[in-house]
Every structure is written in C-alpha cells, then in structure tokens.
Design a protein around this ligand. Structure first.
Ligand code: SAH
Ligand code: SF4
Ligand code: F3S
Length: 511
C-alpha cells in the first residue's frame, strides 16, 4: 500500500485486529503490548546497562531533518522527552516548535485518565492534515498509552497514518525504530511489556538551564486498584546512588539551581537493592551536601515515608520545605478498596510527625473523588481530612476507570453528576485553603528562584519560593536564574505579588 492509499483507507472500517499482531503482515511488529505480562513481577534482578551509546550506523540519520515532540502527563514523561530529544540531537536532527516543519513528530502520551487519552486521540486525528501535506513525515506514538493493548488496537484500526508505536521501555531503541520506520514505510510497533531495566548514560537535551529533572527510580509496584502506572512503567527499580549523586553534581557544576528528583513512588527508593541498605533518607542526606540551592522530590507515597527521611528533611539547607503527599481519600473504606495500604489514622500520624520535625512545611496532595460506590459520608471524611491537615493546595480528580485495573471491574452506583458536584465542593475547600496559605505571606520576605518573565508581562519576573509559591515582581532580566529576596505586597488568587529586595548570594549547605 502506498502512502496515499494508506491515508485513503483510514476511513474504511478495518476488521478488529486479533491480539496476535503478527497476522498483520503490513506492520513491522517486533513486540506488542500485553497488560497481562506488564502485571507480572518476577524475582529476577534488574539489569543495569551502564554506558548507553548510539551505534555508529545510526549517526547522521537526522542530517537535514527536524523533530517535534509533544509531551502529555507527568514530569516523568517530560523527562523522557528530554532523553528522546537528546537521542534525536545525537542522530543529527534539529528541534522545531512547528509541526509543519517537522520530519518526525512524536506524541509522548499519558494514560492516567480517560480525558488524557482523548486529548491524544484528538491530536492524532489532527495530524492527518500535516501528513497529507508532507507524506514523508513520520508520526510516532510513545509513552504510557502505547503500553496499552486497547490503544495499540485503536491506532491500528483508526489511525493508520501513525508510523511508529513504541513503549516506555523502548525509548533507548529510538534509533532502531526510526530506521525501521524509514525503511519499511509501514507501522512499526515495538512495545516491551517487560518489567524493565535501568539504562545509564542516556543523552539528554534539557528544556531549561535553571531547573533539572533527575530520575531516581522507575516503575511502581504499589498496584493501587485504580491506577494504570504499574502496567505502563514496569517494576520498581532504583538507580544506583553514585549515578544519581554524580548526575546532580554535574548539574550543579553546569549552574543549575534546582533539582527535582523523580519517581512514581520515591519513598520506595532502594527497596530493590540486594547488596546495600540504602533508602531515600540516605540519598537525600548525601544530596544535601552538594552545592546546589534547591532539591525537591516527587511523588511520595505515605506508606513508605520513614522517620529517617523526616529527620534528614528537617536539616533543610537545600532540601526545601515542601512535600507533595498524595492521600487520595480520607475514608478508610475507600483507602482499603484503593489498596493504598495505609489508613486515615496512619496518614494523620505521618503528617503530625512531619509537622513536628518541619513546622513550616507546605503539604500538598492528590485526591480522587467519586471512587466506585463512594458514599456522601465517605466523601465528607475526605473533606474533613483535608481541613485537618490543612493542605496548601491539591490536584483533584474524578475517578476514571482504566481498562485492565481491578477498579475498572467494580460496579459503580455513583452517578457522574454526583461525582462532578463532589469535585466542585472539594475544589471550593482547596481554594479556601490555598488562598489562606497565600495570604499568610503578605508582608513577609521570601526567597524566589527567578525562572523568567511572567506569562502576562515581560517586565514582570516570575519564580517560585522554596514552598512552591508562584511570585511575580518587577525587576531586570539579569535576575533570571538567580535566587533573590522578595517582599510580598499582596496575595492574589493563585500567586503572590512582591517587590525585589536583594540577591541571595550564597545559600547555606550544611554538612
Ligand atoms: N505515583 C503517584 C501518582 C501518580 S498519578 C502517587 O502514588 O502519588 C497522579 C495522580 O493521578 C494520583 O495521585 C491520583 O490522584 C490520580 N489518578 C491516578 N489514577 C487515576 C484514575 N484512574 N482516575 C482518576 N485519577 C487518577
Ligand atoms: Fe499509581 Fe499507586 Fe503507583 Fe502512585 S503508587 S503510581 S497511584 S499504583
Ligand atoms: Fe501519565 Fe504515565 Fe505519567 S500514565 S501520569 S505519563 S507515568
């Protein structure tokens, strides 16, 4: 089939593909996703690949070509896009911000909720237009959605202008996948449902020069009953401490001011090491000695948040006073069917310990409303818990069933209207607390890492405090990338407005 026929056939209803994609002789299927395989957690050790390097045969492949990556979802995905941009750059491709200029377009997708997936399908439909204009353009789908069988089926039947589908475990295979796609001109599918390896020395083209993301672990073994991540990201596996420490040191030497350590469940860091007893607290205790002003981490799971970590975070220095601690629900019954493996009491106890050790800590959270069969009383328990903890803000979601997860099979007697109404009520409480949290800063002097100009005005600078509050103030562009003191004049709905006081020359690194 040539390109034109292929685009024309897009409108034709295709037979539903069977699970064994190999019968689809027009596709190059080296590996197809399987949720069943993705669920497995074996005993074999994680394989570490120390020194990733691109084979010489691929170098120069991108000469005179441009790439465009659109990223959906969490910071993990954003960082994966930086790795793919790094690979493209090593292959000789140049980046572009214009789809029409691109020779390769990648959608790095998120599967966490249905609306996240719908956005991607919408975008994929939209891309047909570009493909018609430039049939040579390669379109690829990667990220968490490509790990799902149902998504790959849908792409095969409905989005035949897609040239490549590859998974979260196949990012380092990008050069091979691109080569295959150029040669075959048919859809190339390479999605490993394996539990995952750790690959070091991947190239990275970072998005900024001020803040940097650093993976500390991959995957998730928690299997919360609503969540697709353990299936799309494989088993929990930690990077070795020396690799992380070296990466942070290098970033500090390059002038980065802030590091965000990434993992789906960073508190499980090190649990998988067979040879050493080394956990997140130990890692943070090392990282705080590095000469870089700020270190954050996300996301914490309340269950594995141990006392040593709290003790280390209380030493402050470059460890900031902000902890994102998703609670999901305040009801023990709901927490139980979510398989969160902690109770409301355990969570409140943890919060008490954190607050005792770090009295000025800012706590933020994630909450799901409208879990299958959630009652009004159970929902009220979530509101009560929110008030009791006094979270400074939250990401709030209506539960979205994900195919293949246990919760998707549950009967649900809560109408969507009720879920929407609960979300609204919760959001009203979230806003009440976030504006109260901002109000407290009026008249205070805070430290701001200046990241650039405000979205609305060039002469207004914008940055975040240690406790993750957005601050706008007037000042010269030279301040971008610096940490400055700002006096807060006014709390707005979602940000603070202040005036420049002085540059902070040195932060304290306690050793
Ligand atoms: N690893 C992180 C969460 C990553 S997903 C953690 O455990 O904290 C980010 C948030 O998306 C979750 O905290 C949860 O609130 C929300 N989420 C995950 N699956 C969801 C689903 N099926 N429906 C609605 N929200 C969901
Ligand atoms: Fe999903 Fe739970 Fe893992 Fe977070 S801890 S990624 S919510 S399964
Ligand atoms: Fe989405 Fe995957 Fe992140 S599902 S939230 S992109 S781990």
């Amino acid at each position: 089939m040539n390109e034109e026929q292929r685009l024309a056939s897009q409108q034709v209803k295709q037979p539903k593909p069977e699970k064994d994609y190999s019968s689809y002789f027009e596709r190059v299927v080296t590996a197809a996703p399987s949720l069943k395989d993705a669920k497995k957690r074996g005993k074999e050790e994680v394989k570490y690949h120390k020194d990733f390097a691109i084979d010489e045969e691929f170098l120069g492949m991108g000469q005179g070509r441009k790439f465009y990556i659109r990223t959906y979802g969490c910071q993990m995905n954003e960082h994966d896009s930086e790795v793919m941009a790094g690979i493209f750059t090593q292959l000789g491709y140049e980046p572009t911000h214009l789809i029409e200029e691109a020779d390769v377009v990648l959608l790095n997708t998120c599967a966490i909720r249905e609306n996240a997936e719908n956005k991607v399908f919408g975008e994929l439909g939209f891309l047909v237009k570009y493909k018609r204009k430039n049939p040579e353009m390669l379109i690829g789908v990667c990220g968490c959605m490509s790990q799902e069988e149902s998504v790959v089926n849908k792409i095969l039947t409905t989005y035949q202008h897609v040239d490549m589908v590859f998974g979260t475990h196949n990012i380092h295979r990008l050069p091979h996948i691109l080569k295959e796609a150029y040669m075959s001109k048919e859809m190339v599918i390479e999605v490993w449902s394996k539990e995952g390896d750790v690959i070091e020395s991947l190239p990275k083209q970072r998005n900024g020069a001020i803040k940097a993301w650093v993976n500390i672990m991959y995957g998730c073994d928690k299997f919360c009953t609503y969540c697709i991540v353990p299936y799309t990201r494989g088993k929990e596996r930690s990077r070795r401490p020396d690799e992380i420490i070296q990466e942070v040191r290098d970033l500090a030497a390059q002038g980065y001011q802030e590091i965000m350590l990434l993992g789906q469940n960073v508190n499980a860091y090190g649990k998988d090491f067979a040879d050493i007893e080394y956990r997140l607290g130990d890692l943070m205790d090392e990282l705080r000695k590095i000469d870089i002003p700020r270190i954050r981490f996300t996301t914490s799971h309340p269950r594995d948040f141990d006392d040593h970590l709290i003790e280390v975070l209380a030493k402050k220095g470059n460890l900031v006073e902000h902890i994102h601690l998703p609670v999901q629900s305040g009801s023990n019954d709901i927490l139980k069917i979510m398989a969160r493996k902690y109770t409301r009491e355990h969570f409140l106890d943890l919060v008490r310990k954190i607050k005792a050790a770090i009295p000025d800590v800012a706590l933020t959270t994630d909450i799901i409303v409208g879990y299958p069969n959630e009652t009004e009383e159970q929902f009220q328990e979530t509101i009560d818990l929110y008030r009791e903890v006094g979270f400074e803000t939250a990401f709030t979601y209506i539960y979205s069933p994900r195919e293949g997860t246990p919760a998707a099979k549950m009967q649900d007697n809560v109408p969507l209207e009720v879920k929407k109404e609960r979300l609204q009520r919760l959001n009203a409480v979230v806003e009440e607390f976030s504006s109260a949290a901002l109000k407290k800063y009026e008249g205070e002097i805070v430290e701001v890492l200046v990241e650039g100009s405000s979205k609305k005005r060039d002469d207004v600078l914008a940055g975040y405090t240690r406790r993750n509050k957005l601050v706008n103030f007037a000042g010269p562009q030279e301040l971008v990338g610096q940490i400055v003191k700002v006096k807060i004049l006014e709390a707005k709905s979602y940000s603070l407005r202040g005036e420049f006081v002085e540059i902070v020359n040195r932060h304290e690194v306690e050793v």
